[in-house]
Ligand binder design. Structure first.
Ligand SMILES: [Zn+2]
Ligand SMILES: [Zn+2]
Length: 419
C-alpha cells in the first residue's frame, strides 16, 4: 500500500504548480473585473490547511491501508484488469458514488464533520478554498471506499481515480463562472458547488457530489443556485479565527466537551455517532452551541497593519518551500515530525497576528518558533548549504517584519487593532 500512497501524492503534487498558477490568474481576473474574491487572511488560512494536509501524509501512514489489504485478500482475485479501459471508467464512477456518501455523512454525522469542517470555514469562495483540506480525513474516510476493494478493483486504480476526483474538484471553487446550462444536470460545477459551500437556509446540506451531480439528483440532495438568493459562505457556527490548529480540531474539541459535561454513558456514546450539532441535554444546558442566525452574519475580518500582511505572505511562501523541501528531500522519520511541527507552528503563530491576538500571545508563539528554526538552520547535517543560506536570509527578513508588526501593534495599542 505504501507505494500507492506515494503514487497518489505524486499526482496531486504534480498538479500543485498549476493550482498556484490558476489562483494567481483568478486574482488578476478578479481585479480586472472589479470583483476580487480574495482576502489575504482567509487565503492564508486555506492554503496553510492545504499545506498541512499534504505534509500529514508523510507522518502517518494510511490507517485504511491495513483494512484495504485484508479486504483485498478476501476478494477472489483482482477481477478488473488495469490495462482495460472499462476498469478505469467503472472505478472512476464507483469512486464518485463512494465519495458522495462519505461527503454526505461527512456533513450529517458529527464525527465525520469534525474532519470535513476544515473545508468549509472559509467565508470567501475562490480557488484557494479548494486547497483547504482536512488533516484527519484518513482516520475514517477509508471506510467508504471498502466496496471498491471488495469488488476487486486494483488498489493503484482506486488511488489514481481518487486523485483525479480531487483534482477535478479544484476548478469548481470559483465565483467567476456562472451556471453552465446542460452541464449542471450531470456534473459538479462552480454554480452547484457554490450552493454546497453556502450557509443560506435554502442551500444547507446540498450538492455532495465530487465529479457527478447525478447522485444528488438521485438521492434527493440537489439544489440549484437561485438568482434571488446570493450565496453567503462559511459556517453557521463560525470559529472567528485563521488558526489552522483550531480549524482542524474545533469540532472534535466540542465533542470531547459534550462527553465531559455529560454523566449518562448512553449520551456520551451517542455523541460519537450523532447527527451534526446534536448535544446531550446536560451539555446543552451547561454549554449550548446554537447556530447563528444568518441575518446576523458578518464577515470575520480583523484589521491589521501592512507589516502583518506582508509577514503572512512571506510565512506562507516559506511554508510552501518547506513543504516542497520535505517532499523532494527524504528525511528521517523524526525529521518529518519536526518538519510537520514547524509547518503547523508557522501557521498557528502567523494566524495569531492575523487574528489580532494580544501582542504577548503572538510573541509567545513566534519567538520559540524562530529559535527552533535557527537551531535547524544552524545544523549543517540537517540541511544543505544553499538551503541553509536561504533559511537564514528568510529568518532575518521575518525578524524585521515581526519587529515592524510589533511596533505598529504596540503603537496602535493591542485592543485598538481589533475591529
Ligand atoms: Zn462539504
Ligand atoms: Zn468544496
Amino acid at each position: 500500500m505504501g507505494a500507492c500512497y506515494v503514487h497518489r501524492m505524486n499526482l496531486i503534487t504534480a498538479a500543485v504548480p498549476f493550482f498556484l498558477l490558476a489562483i494567481a490568474l483568478e486574482i488578476i481576473w478578479g481585479y480586472q473585473r472589479g470583483h476580487n474574491t480574495y482576502r489575504l487572511n482567509d487565503a492564508f488560512s486555506s492554503l496553510m490547511l492545504g499545506i498541512l494536509s499534504q505534509a500529514r501524509r508523510f507522518i502517518v501512514l494510511g490507517v485504511g491501508g491495513w483494512a484495504y489489504h485484508t479486504v483485498t485478500e478476501l476478494t477472489m482475485a483482482p477481477l478488473w484488469s488495469t490495462d482495460h479501459w472499462l476498469t478505469w471508467v467503472v472505478a472512476f464512477v464507483l469512486y464518485d458514488v463512494c465519495y458522495y456518501w462519505l461527503h454526505r455523512l461527512g456533513h450529517e454525522r458529527q464525527i465525520l464533520w469534525a474532519a470535513h469542517v476544515a473545508h468549509h470555514q472559509s467565508e470567501d469562495y475562490n480557488l484557494s478554498t479548494a486547497l483547504r483540506q482536512t488533516s484527519s480525513g484518513f482516520l475514517l474516510g477509508w471506510v467508504f471506499y471498502i466496496p471498491m476493494y471488495w469488488v476487486g478493483i486494483p488498489a493503484e486504480v482506486i488511488v489514481t481515480v481518487g486523485a483525479l476526483n480531487l483534482i477535478y474538484q479544484f476548478w469548481v471553487h470559483t465565483q467567476h463562472v456562472p451556471a453552465l446550462g446542460w452541464f449542471e444536470w450531470l456534473f459538479v460545477s462552480p454554480s452547484n458547488h457554490r450552493v454546497h459551500h453556502a450557509q443560506n437556509d435554502a442551500y444547507l446540506d446540498r450538492n455532495y457530489g465530487g465529479v457527478f451531480i447525478i447522485w444528488d439528483r438521485l438521492f434527493g440532495t440537489y439544489q440549484r443556485e437561485l438568482p434571488h438568493e446570493p450565496c453567503i459562505y462559511g459556517l453557521r457556527g463560525p470559529i472567528a479565527s485563521f488558526n489552522p490548529l483550531l480549524a482542524l480540531t474545533h469540532v472534535y474539541r466540542n465533542m470531547v466537551n459534550d462527553i465531559r459535561l455529560t454523566r449518562r454513558w448512553p449520551d456520551r456514546l451517542r455523541v460519537l455517532v450523532a447527527r451534526t450539532g446534536w448535544q446531550p441535554d446536560e451539555a446543552r444546558r451547561l454549554a449550548p452551541r446554537d447556530k447563528q442566525d444568518i441575518a446576523e452574519f458578518s464577515l470575520y475580518n480583523p484589521v491589521v497593519s501592512a507589516w502583518i500582511k506582508v509577514n503572512a505572505g512571506l510565512q506562507l511562501l516559506a511554508a510552501t518551500v518547506m513543504l516542497a523541501y520535505g517532499v523532494f528531500h527524504p528525511l528521517a522519520p523524526m525529521g518529518y515530525w519536526l518538519w510537520w511541527l514547524l509547518l503547523l507552528w508557522t501557521g498557528v503563530a502567523t494566524a495569531a497576528w492575523l487574528d489580532s491576538k494580544p501582542l504577548r500571545y503572538c510573541l509567545f508563539l513566534d519567538i520559540p518558533r524562530l529559535l527552533l528554526l535557527l537551531m535547524v538552520f544552524s545544523y549543517a547535517e540537517l540541511i544543505s548549504t544553499p538551503w541553509q543560506a536561504a533559511g537564514l536570509f528568510w529568518m532575518a527578513l521575518t525578524v524585521c517584519l515581526l519587529f515592524g508588526s510589533y511596533w505598529t501593534r504596540s503603537s496602535l495599542g493591542s485592543t485598538a487593532a481589533v475591529k
